[in-house]
Design a protein around this ligand. Structure first.
Ligand SMILES: C[S@@+](CC[C@H](N)C(=O)[O-])C[C@H]1O[C@@H](n2cnc3c(N)ncnc32)[C@H](O)[C@@H]1O
Length: 327
């Protein structure tokens, strides 16, 4: 599929569906292999403008791309890097060994950033970046259950040791509740049909893997791709958002930020679908913030060409101002 097709106006808006679902097909339907490629690295570094002796937070460590870029831009800065995924922390322990004296790795959800900083004896940070959503390794590994293209358990948890799996969630919810999740977080208009089909498959004992789940969705809505989007895309996105409480996590992070950043500190948030961007926009309109981006920044055409994920990225940055008074 060409990138041109992705932007054709369709019956369904594609704004609310993340990159991975739209165009990760190579020719002949093969799935491209992804490494995690950092999005808008330069824009994030310029927004945070790290200074010597400053302490910064990377709320979403992932493959460590933003952490490394910030440390590279200012050799005397330090970073507290969080991730709720133990695999991301384990990889960083190895990959960031050469800068270990300047990085504090913390396995935690970013909703708990305030208490994590307190535990480290840090009163305030000078800047924070959050690059929302999932990393390519999380999507690529079939065992995490996040991709409808790979057969795996219906799990979808970023932290595989905490909370309900997607299968447990679907089992617990009523038809109506499941439809609401799919409608709200996937902006999927066919949510009722899909929920009924999923619950039927569950009751029949036919829902064991991600491919079974995709089949149940296709049974409800047919196999056609609309606007370049796979028929299962919105439902998978919705379930992942619900399982990981992604919007609640973001709301808690945004609420804690004024308490986390020092006066003059900058927060830069990269979001990948409209539900997230809406929350960030609303938070940065509060009096504690001086918005640095009137409209969200988007990646350059060059970056779009190199990294499909960057096509849905929106970067908003804002500065923490004194006593809640914006200039
Ligand atoms: C898009 S990746 C970050 C990629 C990273 N910026 C890079 O360039 O390599 C998002 C990461 O954030 C983590 N994450 C998502 N939500 C989180 C949360 N609420 N708390 C902590 N980590 C979270 C995911 O586990 C994932 O590893």
């Amino acid at each position: 599929m060409s990138s041109l097709q992705l932007h054709l106006p369709g019956v369904l808006s594609t704004d609310s569906v993340e990159w991975i679902w739209r165009d990760d097909f190579d020719q002949e339907g093969d799935v491209k292999r992804f490494e995690h490629v950092t999005v808008m690295r330069h824009e994030v570094v310029s927004a945070l403008a790290p200074r010597p002796g400053g302490v910064y937070v990377d709320a979403t460590l992932g493959g460590g791309g933003h952490t490394v870029a910030l440390l590279g831009a200012e050799p005397k800065a330090r970073i507290v890097a969080l991730d709720r995924d133990p695999a991301a922390i384990a990889a960083a322990e190895e990959n960031l060994a050469t800068v270990a004296d300047r990085v504090m790795l913390v396995r935690a959800s970013f909703s708990r950033i305030r208490e994590q900083l307190t535990a480290l004896g840090i009163a305030h940070a000078d800047g924070l970046v959050a690059d929302l959503g999932v990393s390519s390794p999380q999507l690529d590994e079939a065992g995490r259950g996040m991709s409808f293209r790979r057969e795996g358990p219906i799990d979808m948890r970023m932290d595989p040791e905490q909370g309900e799996t997607a299968l447990e969630l679907m089992d617990r919810l009523s038809d109506d509740e499941l439809a609401n999740v799919i409608y709200q977080y996937g902006e999927e208009r066919r949510s009722r049909r899909i929920a009924r089909s999923i619950k039927k498959a569950l009751a029949a004992g036919e829902l064991r893997t991600t491919l079974d789940l995709r089949r149940a969705i296709v049974r409800a809505v047919g196999p056609a791709r609309v606007g370049g989007v796979d028929p299962a895309a919105r439902s998978f996105q919705a379930l992942r958002i619900a399982v990981n409480r992604e919007l609640e996590e973001l709301e808690a992070l945004l609420a804690s930020l004024p308490d986390v950043l020092s006066e003059g500190g900058v927060a830069a948030i990269l979001s990948f679908h409209s539900l997230e961007d809406r929350l960030v926009k609303r938070a940065f309109a509060q009096p504690e913030w001086e918005p640095l981006t009137k409209k969200p920044l988007v990646a350059s055409d060059e970056e779009h060409a190199l990294n499909a994920r960057s096509r849905s990225a929106k970067l908003r940055a804002a500065r923490r101002v004194a006593s809640g008074v914006a200039p």
